[in-house]
Design a protein around this ligand. Structure first.
Ligand SMILES: Cc1ncc(COP(=O)(O)O)c(C=O)c1O
Ligand SMILES: [Zn+2]
Length: 419
């Protein structure tokens, strides 16, 4: 497979053998460019569908050169769930949730890590590192463990959800919490990895996005049609960049004849990309002190903002920001109406969709896929905090009946024999 690294700003090209994360000429982001013309007629939906449903179903489109080095936990192949009750709540005709919480470590990050950690082995790395709001840490720690690599994680102290921290430490990573935010952690880990020759696995690493782009392939593969919109939360903006790359590749390979429009959603306390996109400006203004209940997207200076803006503009997309209250309400609705447990950042996609429908920015007759990026159990403390608390009573039937009186009276009629 012919592959090169290409700067998105100055167009400089570098060979895939170079361990670089940004352009050596201008410092901008790099794209992994695949020569897709070689694959015309070789790949097709039928070829893909004859294989196991996971990230590696799309092997020809994943630029890994040594199959023996692939580090996989059978990631991807996540459910695409039709959500009719939630669709009604959000105000659209047809709504699907791509449930990325079903990945091995409970988030979409696994798609990127299977490729990213494989790359680390191909390059001969001994250790990998990342800054993280939690899910990247959990995923990288798991894949590094499987690959026999050391894992170093820098995170904002006290701002990472418990489930994610539990995963990182259980998988044996070295975890350092800084008295600062994610943006500062990322700046530190970039210097650290450069100085010490440790392989960096944040989403500035373009190979990681190669794995993450498979969510685009899967959505079309499963739906069998092209949705009008795909909505997702934006933090460091790797996922929206990857999604758009995947869709563009499908178009180039004539596996789709047009692309869906993207909807990027951020929290009001951390919305630099939404603000820039909506204003039509070409000047990016980072948010100094980002804040939101959705800690996974508590990011004020997303490294991939140029790719995110490109994705939103090229797809004729929409962007919206949502409050913490709107995020929590959407999280509860997804859980209570559809039985899907997602973490707050994931619910931002649905909250943003609802808001856009209310504003009239999105046609209610649309078919929409919302990517729900992480599992509810990632942040159990938040889930308990915002939910109705369990009742504690004595271990006696009448006490339990009294506590449940409001529900027992309505529920019992259905199953009791009629007199
Ligand atoms: C659950 C969840 N949703 C969304 C995001 C944002 O993804 P990205 O940083 O690729 O924009 C993250 C990133 O950590 C996440 O963990
Ligand atoms: Zn450049």
């Amino acid at each position: 497979m012919k592959v090169e690294l290409k700067c998105i700003s100055c167009g400089a090209v570098f060979p895939p053998s170079m361990v670089i994360y940004t352009c050596l000429k201008c410092g901008s982001l790099l794209d992994v460019v695949l020569k897709l013309d070689e694959l015309q007629g070789i790949v097709s939906w039928n070829v893909f569908r004859a294989r196991r449903f996971n990230v590696w179903r799309y092997r020809e489109l994943l630029p890994v050169f040594d199959d023996s080095k692939i580090v996989s936990l059978d990631e991807g192949g996540t459910p695409l769930v039709k959500c009719d009750r939630l669709a009604k709540w959000a105000g659209v005709r047809s709504l699907y949730i791509k449930f990325e919480g079903a990945n091995p470590t409970g988030s979409f990050k696994d798609r990127g890590m299977t490729v990213g950690v494989t790359k680390a082995l191909e390059y001969g790395a001994r250790a990998v590192a990342c800054a993280s709001t939690g899910n990247t840490a959990a995923s990288m720690a798991a894949y590094a463990a499987r690959a026999g690599l050391k894992a170093i994680i820098i995170l904002p102290w006290g701002k990472v959800a418990l489930g994610k921290l539990a995963q990182a430490v259980m998988h044996g990573a070295e975890v350092v919490g800084i008295e600062g935010n994610f943006d500062q952690a990322l700046a530190i880990v970039r210097s650290l990895s450069e100085k010490h020759g440790i392989y960096l696995l944040n989403s500035v690493n373009p190979w990681r996005l190669e794995g993450q782009k498979t969510v685009a392939y899967e959505i079309i593969d499963q739906l069998g049609e092209i949705p009008d919109f795909i909505a997702l939360p934006m933090g460091n903006c790797g996922n929206i960049s990857a999604l758009w790359k995947g869709l563009r590749e499908l178009l180039e390979l004539s596996l789709i004849d047009h692309t869906p429009r993207l909807i990027g959603v951020q929290a009001t306390g951390a919305s630099p990309v939404v603000d820039m996109f909506k204003s039509g400006s070409n000047i990016f203004k980072p948010v100094e002190n980002p804040e939101t209940v959705a800690t996974a997207i508590r990011i004020g200076n997303p490294v991939n903002w140029p790719k995110a803006i490109r994705a939103l503009r090229e797809s004729n997309g929409l962007a919206e920001k949502v409050t913490d209250e709107e995020i929590i309400e959407a999280q509860q609705m997804i859980a209570c109406l559809e039985g899907l447990g997602v973490e707050p950042a994931s619910a931002a996609s649905v909250a943003g969709l609802k808001k856009l429908v209310e504003e009239g920015a999105l046609d209610a007759d649309s078919v929409v896929v919302c990517i729900c990026t992480g599992h509810l159990l990632k942040d159990p403390e938040q889930a308990v905090r915002v939910s109705r608390q369990p009742l504690k009573v004595k271990a006696e039937l009448d006490e339990v009946e009294r506590a449940l009186s409001y529900i027992v009276s309505t529920a019992q009629a259905a199953l009791l024999p009629s007199s």
